[in-house]
Design a protein around this ligand. Structure first.
Ligand SMILES: Nc1ncnc2c1ncn2[C@@H]1O[C@H](COP(=O)(O)OP(=O)(O)OP(=O)(O)O)[C@@H](O)[C@H]1O
Length: 246
């Protein structure tokens, strides 16, 4: 099953942004929303996490409808926002203990997984640090650890690689693939087509609030007459096409 977005239209008060978009993120699959600045990627995510109300359409996760049963829907997701949210007065490990307790997860049972994640992001010796001493990349890593440790059916990440070094990017890709192998689904947004091509099952291409294409990296490359290695040129070709249409 997984996530099913059907004929979604929506946006912000007085600003209709998304126009009738439909796509799925099946169990065990990784789907990336891509598009130029302002295409509607974060707006789509804001709808899926229930921050925005749709004007039309439905959003369901494993047959649980977001509008009808929001609490049950939200229990199934772990979400990493584009901007890390951390409390100045809590240390790194206190943040993680707090999250486990907020999600009603047994601390002792989960701490082994937390330590594995901290080691993966080279944070294991920084558990007593406060966020004021964290670099931008470290803040992002803490959010990633907090989301991966929840092991929810759907993981949503807005710009997972923002501010990360190459080792951390590799760690995130490994962890997303591990989650997918366990049958969980992942919805992310990214501007890094080259990296995403290595691990996504499907791209959903947004342009001006509409879906222009849905398909695997190979399908996207074939449809735009590019090789998979050159997919970074994809948006140039879309832009040229649209300029020609005008
Ligand atoms: N709070 C808001 N109120 C009104 N309009 C907004 C708001 N936030 C975003 N928008 C508008 O919604 C449209 C889509 O923005 P969105 O942030 O979803 O794009 P994006 O694809 O995530 O872009 P980026 O790659 O820059 O993050 C843009 O036209 C933007 O100006």
């Amino acid at each position: 099953m997984g996530l099913d977005i059907n004929n979604l239209s929506g946006g912000y008060a007085g600003h209709n942004i998304l126009k009738n978009i439909s796509f799925k993120v099946p169990d065990g699959k990784i789907v990336a929303l891509i598009g130029l600045n302002g295409a509607g990627k974060s707006t789509t995510i804001n709808h899926v996490i229930g921050e925005l109300q749709p004007q039309m359409g439905t959003i369901a996760l494993n047959d649980v409808d977001l509008i009808k049963t929001p609490t049950e829907f939200k229990k199934q997701i772990a979400y990493i926002p584009e901007q890390p949210i951390l409390y100045d007065e809590l240390t790194l490990s206190e943040h993680l203990h707090l999250m486990l307790s907020a999600y009603e997860l047994d601390d002792e049972q989960h701490w082994q997984l937390v330590e594995k994640l901290l080691t993966k992001f080279r944070l294991e010796k920084k558990q007593h640090w406060l966020p004021t001493h964290f670099s931008k990349g470290m803040k992002q890593k803490v959010m990633l650890v907090a989301a991966f440790m929840l092991e929810r059916p759907l993981l949503i990440i807005d710009e997972p690689f923002l501010g990360l070094d190459t080792l951390a990017i590799k760690a995130v890709i490994d962890l997303m693939q591990e989650q997918a192998r366990k049958g969980n689904s992942i919805l992310l947004t990214t501007h890094l087509l080259k990296e995403a091509t290595q691990f996504v099952d499907e791209f959903v291409v947004l342009y001006d609030g509409r879906i222009r294409f849905t398909g695997s990296p190979h399908h996207l490359a074939a449809a735009s007459q590019l090789s998979v290695d050159n997919l970074e040129q994809f948006f140039e070709s879309i832009q040229e096409e649209l300029d020609d249409e005008r």
